[in-house]
Ligand binder design. Structure first.
Ligand code: 13P
Ligand code: SF4
Length: 380
């Protein structure tokens, strides 16, 4: 397999030339690049991507599946249709020193079609805040007895922090397994950045709400907690959330149950506790998909997760009755930044030997992030 080489730093094509192009034209041009590059290129697509983009993905999945796939595929280039932390993860797992050596020094080039496709939740925890929290907590309890756990929706620097401090990464599909792993080693966990995933998972394991103080990184006084709360803690939750999933409310669940007897409520665990507790099923985007795929015809669902995935499920399963759980549109604006124009621009520059929007994590951060990611991937 020959490597796609970078011929120059300047892109061959300016994005301005792609704005306003017709979708039909963009689709044809994307297909042409895919055909030309063959299996040297892999396009990964997260379930929240818009339909037009997901149609071009070679592989689609939830965060866990995509990080596994990125590590397994032998290719020269990955174009990640998702958000920034996902592309970083793909760079880390596909470019470990061992993998690069086994390819005779060849790196996999990972690209994110629009660098503005970030994750507002991931932005709620910065490495200096996490480091400060760790130091402050260490003033009142022994940090050797705390496992730091970062949700995969976080910057690589936070994953590296977990790697260095005997910690681990989790996704929404393995958070319970990861917490069990952590509790086999220490009696406490610091969980960031999503308080809801941390709380929902720990509650299901029987941990009391009173043992889960919330750490506010903007409160200099023990994150807004007393010394006693820290001493009584089992899971210290970071004050972060997903702006999309926090839009789902308990009254939406009650409304659907009143108006559609027999309906099942299916939500993502990034939803607040008040919603998660009263849902019938809670799970990652992968689990949501599988649950609907396996349900008998005629099943009624109200689904609480990102709009594009719910709309796709509606189209793909006309034999079931599928509703969006909220009356207001909850879509991930950053996921939506990846569109056909950005995808086509990225692919054509790649094919021309001038890759754009390359996501590359520095060596040291990558090494320690991979330690924490591998601990998770080893759990299966
Ligand atoms: P999944 O782990 O279900 O892929 O979720 C990722 C995500 O960003 C949800 O908001
Ligand atoms: Fe981040 Fe929420 Fe978007 Fe997922 S849905 S990428 S957590 S902002």
């Amino acid at each position: 397999m020959s490597q796609l080489t970078q011929l120059s730093d300047a892109p061959s094509f300016d994005f301005k030339e792609y704005r306003g192009l017709d979708d039909k034209v963009l689709n044809l041009r994307i297909k042409a690049v895919k055909q030309n590059l063959g299996d040297r290129l892999v396009i990964l697509g997260h379930h929240y991507q818009q339909d037009g983009v997901i149609a071009h993905a070679d592989l689609r999945g939830d965060s866990l599946q995509l990080s596994q796939l990125a590590g397994e595929r032998d290719c020269d280039a990955i174009v990640f249709c998702g958000v920034h932390f996902m592309a970083e993860t793909a760079d880390i797992v596909s470019n470990t020193p061992e993998k690069i050596e086994s390819r005779d020094g060849r790196r996999v080039t990972v690209m994110l079609p629009d660098m503005a496709a970030g994750c507002s939740m991931a932005d709620m925890a910065a490495i200096n805040q996490v480091q400060d929290a760790w130091d402050d907590i260490g003033e009142v309890i022994d940090t050797n007895d705390i496992t730091p756990v970062t949700y995969i929706n976080s910057a690589a620097s936070l994953k590296a922090f977990c790697g260095r401090h005997n910690g681990i990464v989790c996704t929404s599909s393995n958070a319970d397994r990861v917490l069990r792993w952590a509790f086999e080693r220490t009696s406490r966990v610091l969980f960031f950045p999503d308080q809801h995933l941390g709380r929902n998972t720990a509650l299901a394991m029987g941990i009391e709400d009173s043992q889960m103080p919330v750490w506010n990184p903007y409160d200099d006084d023990l994150g807004g907690n007393s010394v006693q709360q820290m001493k009584d803690s089992r899971v210290i939750l970071w004050k972060g959330h997903c702006s999309v999933h926090q839009m789902f409310k308990p009254e939406h669940v009650h409304d659907f149950r009143d108006k559609h007897p027999g309906i099942k409520i299916l939500v993502h665990p990034e939803c607040p506790r008040e919603v998660n507790d009263i849902a019938d099923i809670s799970g990652s985007t992968g689990k949501i998909l599988k649950t609907v795929q396996e349900a008998p015809a005629g099943t009624k669902w109200a689904i609480g997760t990102e709009l594009h995935l719910v709309n796709r499920l509606k189209q793909e399963h006309p034999e079931q009755e599928i509703h969006f759980l909220s009356p207001v549109m909850c879509m991930c604006a950053t996921m939506y930044r990846i569109d056909l124009a950005h995808l086509c621009w990225t692919l054509e520059n790649l094919a021309a030997g001038t890759p754009v929007n390359v996501v590359r994590v520095d060596e040291e951060t990558s090494r320690w992030s991979d330690v924490a990611l591998q601990r998770m991937l080893d759990l299966g």
